[in-house]
Design a protein around this ligand. Sequence first.
Ligand code: SAM
Length: 281
Amino acid sequence: MKVPLNKKAALFLVATPIGNLNEVSARTLDVLRSVDVIACEDTRNTAKLLSHFDIHTRTITYHNFNEKDSTKGIIKLLENDESVALVSDAGYPLISDPGYILVNEVIEKGFDIITISGPNAGLNALVASGLPTAHYLFYGFLNAKASQAKKELEELKDFPYTLIFYEAPHRIEKTLKIALEVLGDRKACLARELTKLHEEYHRGTLSKLCQLHDLKGEMVLIIDGCHEKQEVDIDELVKQVMDMAEKGIRAKDAVSEIAEKYDVSKNSLYQAYLDQKNGDR
Ligand code: SAM
């Protein structure tokens, strides 16, 4: 085991550049040089990164098609006190990329896991999109089938936070149309070729983005969350207050909590509660 960063063998989850190789950190290079083995999504792809930085660490494959078998092999390496770095073709491993099975097995076996920070396409796009960043949902890829993608978007329709999607260039026009149909004409941003020579951001609304054609390269779609106030059913809220009161919570406290949660007037909810309670007598 050559890794100077940790005495025991460990699994290093190493984020790699999403385009611009200069984004690699000194720590990333240290780890890639020092581990015994680098497990790659595609060894040919990682070879370009390694040769650019003159790194000669042994590589093995770890991709979607061999995740279970490779996991066993990596566990054996760790048991032999050999440290392993897991990398994907770009960005963080496990983020729309393989590695989840491995990480769980490594946790189960009690070895250390160390993340080496680096670029991530979704976050790069989010922070420059101009859309709210306080809360967001990273969704990754929608289903490739349009009917399934539509269902997935239906489920996200009322979600109040910014949505982050990855998409392939041959599907983006269709995805934008479906998003417009299901979510309405929300603010959105399409971020293309991040960190590369032709990096660009198309900011506007979904209908405006639908006018773009022949979009090429790698892209992230950021869509604003739902900001329409949800219709609340006052009877349903009163029922929640009653349930809490039955469990011994003071009715006034229950009203405060529910009113705050659903952003309704405390007085109206308390009055509706009293009406229903008195009506039930
Ligand atoms: N693991 C990666 C990460 O942490 O960002 C994501 C890998 S996923 C298989 C590939 C998708 O990420 C692409 O289809 C695209 O949506 C997005 N992506 C990756 N690199 C990008 C870039 N340079 N510019 C825009 N999007 C990118």
